[in-house]
Design a protein around this ligand. Structure first.
Ligand SMILES: NC(=O)C1=CN([C@@H]2O[C@H](COP(=O)(O)OP(=O)(O)OC[C@H]3O[C@@H](n4cnc5c(N)ncnc54)[C@H](O)[C@@H]3O)[C@@H](O)[C@H]2O)[C@@H](O)CC1
Ligand SMILES: Nc1ncnc2c1ncn2[C@@H]1O[C@H](COP(=O)(O)OP(=O)(O)O)[C@@H](O)[C@H]1O
Ligand SMILES: [K+]
Length: 546
């Protein structure tokens, strides 16, 4: 699991170490230099003679780059430092000069953008060390204008330089993932001590490139702090997965009640049921009129239509809340779920059930699965005027707000899926492929999540605040992971990039045991339908449990 910590938590963890004289910046700078060298090698460049430009701001972030630059200069690189602050890190500057880094003091220069762009054109690597966790986004002028000019220069240059961001791409919202102003997109972000929320959360995460976490010795200090944002990896999801044992039967494995599909959208019933059945569970009880039912049976003869006890509900895919008969069935299912205190997934039309505040204080075992447009409608209906654009600009904040307003867990769909409960960490899962942006994919996800929740059976039925707090959110994140993994398999792209807690450690580097392994990706893949995703689910789960 990747655990991201806020800037404040990182500072709290740093304090005692700095007071004890631990050389945190030396470790950060050494690892940064090692990563820059690795990027050069990976692209087939020799390290001696490579031209590197450091973009140096006035804080310790700039200090990291100056010390790293001195290591690289000693290894024969031609290192230029564009120093953009009046008072850069003094010891870093001295070390850089002593090692032969060419220092260009450009703070206040009238032709700043031109001067830096001219240096940038000659460099194969740009190191973005303008600001780190000490800055509040957006970047102020003149840095904002400079970053805009550099981003344009990079996009226009035939041999795109490698951009390595130090700790975070300068200008992102470190704690909330906002992008309120210009940011230079990075290929790699080398982040110190722990990932930061903005490196996992959309929209900023898309500007960070690959994230490498450097072990500077903060783990002990951070262990006591709850992470702000988590990302599950295959191992975490495997640990959460309900495995059938020899004594299990269909009722102990979990039964899911599904209210999905309508005359108008019959396919949604088939897709939600396919998602559930192929995720694995004891039984699906499907509730619907003749038309979706016959289609569901044609594809899934194992589905039962007799009413009876269930361990979870999935309600709303392919249902228009204005369809009075179907709306009534959704309400009946929801009321039954709440009365029995079993988990309920509300998707698509089912979200209208929580548009008014009749259900003000839902348990976190109710999981809402809106996309950005549906979340905006829900929040607006609950008195928080919100547009789809607002949600896209700050997905995590709006998912959390909806969780607070309703009490439910909220899984917000999108290129990165964000899960928020009223408290506890956020989850940000980026395991899918843009091929998944296709009609019906959300119906499959509702089935996956319903099956997973049903698989926890009565353990979640008695969920209160205690031992299982946070479990619905982690299961929602697990469902997003498996859904994304199935989409990648279906598209022929292999398994999701493997996130690692510590991708690179200083200790390993100094022993020469370079442990950087590469992502398991197989090309661009090809188009998929929602049904293809459902079909790939058993293989996605099996691959996970290997
Ligand atoms: N405390 C330490 O010893 C360590 C710190 N580390 C590095 O230090 C960084 C934090 O350093 P600092 O606390 O000095 O802060 P930063 O270096 O993140 O930022 C401070 C600088 O940015 C400027 N600034 C702030 N907001 C701005 C804005 N909106 N627009 C333009 N300029 C702005 C400030 O005037 C100041 O010059 C981390 O991100 C990390 O890179 C690492 O070296 C690990 C050890
Ligand atoms: N660009 C993207 N990259 C990866 N996954 C995406 C992207 N866009 C959408 N998705 C995923 O595709 C699914 C679409 O669901 P949804 O919008 O509910 O579609 P539908 O209502 O047609 O089923 C969600 O799981 C979402 O997270
Ligand atoms: K930076």
């Amino acid at each position: 699991m990747i655990r991201a910590h806020t800037a404040a938590d990182v500072r709290t963890a740093e304090e005692p170490l700095l007071a004890a004289g631990e050389p945190l910046m030396d470790r950060a700078a050494f690892a940064l230099a090692t990563h820059v060298a690795a990027e050069l090698r990976e692209r087939g460049h020799r390290i001696p003679g490579s031209v590197i430009l450091l973009l140096v701001g006035g804080g310790n972030n700039g200090g990291d780059a100056l010390f790293a630059g001195s290591h690289l200069a000693r290894r024969g690189c031609q290192v230029h430092a564009a120093v953009l602050a009046e008072h850069p890190h003094a010891a870093g500057l001295a070390a850089a000069r002593a090692a032969g880094v060419r220092v260009h003091e450009l703070a206040g220069a009238p032709d700043l953008n031109d001067a830096v762009t001219a240096l940038a054109r000659r460099a194969g690597v740009w190191v973005d060390a303008l600001t780190g966790i000490g800055a509040r986004a957006p970047l102020r002028e003149p840095l904002a204008g400079l970053v805009t000019a550099l981003a344009a220069e990079r996009a226009a240059s035939p041999d795109e330089p490698v951009v390595v961001a130090v700790d975070v791409p300068s200008g992102i919202g470190v704690d909330d993932g906002a992008v309120p102003g210009p940011v230079l997109p990075a290929d790699v972000t080398v982040t110190m001590g722990a990932a930061k929320p903005g490196l996992l959360l959309p929209p900023a995460a898309a500007l960070a490139g690959r994230v490498e976490v450097v072990d500077v010795g903060l783990e002990g200090g951070l262990a006591g702090q709850a992470p702000a944002v988590c990302r599950l990896s295959a191992t975490d999801v495997a640990d959460l997965w309900p495995l059938p044992g020899p004594a299990d039967h269909k009722y102990t494995r979990g039964v899911l009640g599904v209210v999905a599909g309508s005359q108008t959208y019959p396919g949604a019933a088939v897709l939600a049921v396919a998602g559930a059945v192929r995720t694995g569970l004891g039984m699906v009880r499907y509730h619907g009129p003749e038309i979706p039912t016959s289609l569901v049976h044609a594809r899934h003869p194992e589905v039962v239509t007799a009413p009876g006890r269930v361990q979870a509900w999935a309600i709303g895919c392919g249902i228009d809340p204005d369809d009075a008969a179907r709306a009534q069935e959704m309400e009946r299912g929801f009321a039954a779920g709440l009365a029995a205190r079993v988990p309920v997934v509300l998707d698509a039309g089912g979200l209208s059930l929580v548009h008014d505040d009749a259900h003000a204080d839902l348990p976190a075992t109710v999981v809402l699965t809106p996309h950005a447009g549906e979340l905006a409608l829900l929040l607006t209906a609950r008195g928080e005027d919100t547009t789809r654009e607002d949600v896209d600009a700050a997905p995590a904040r709006h998912a959390r707000l909806a969780a607070e307003v309703t009490g439910a867990t909220v899984l917000l769909k999108g290129p990165t899926t964000v899960v928020a409960a009223p408290d506890g960490p956020l989850y940000a899962q980026a395991d899918a492929t843009p091929w998944l942006a296709t009609a019906g994919a959300g119906d499959v996800l509702a089935g996956v999540l319903g099956a997973l929740l049903a698989g926890y059976g009565d353990a979640l039925a008695v969920y209160a605040e205690g031992r299982l707090a946070g479990v619905p959110a982690s299961l929602a994140a697990a469902a997003a992971y498996v859904h994304g993994r199935a989409a990648r398999l279906a598209a022929g792209q292999g398994t999701p990039p493997r996130p690692r807690d510590v991708i690179f450690s200083v200790r390993r580097a100094s022993h020469g045991e370079d442990d950087i392994s590469r992502h398991t990706t197989t090309g661009q893949g090809g188009p998929i339908s929602a049904l293809d995703v459902a079909v790939a689910l058993p293989a996605a789960v099996a691959g996970l449990l290997r």
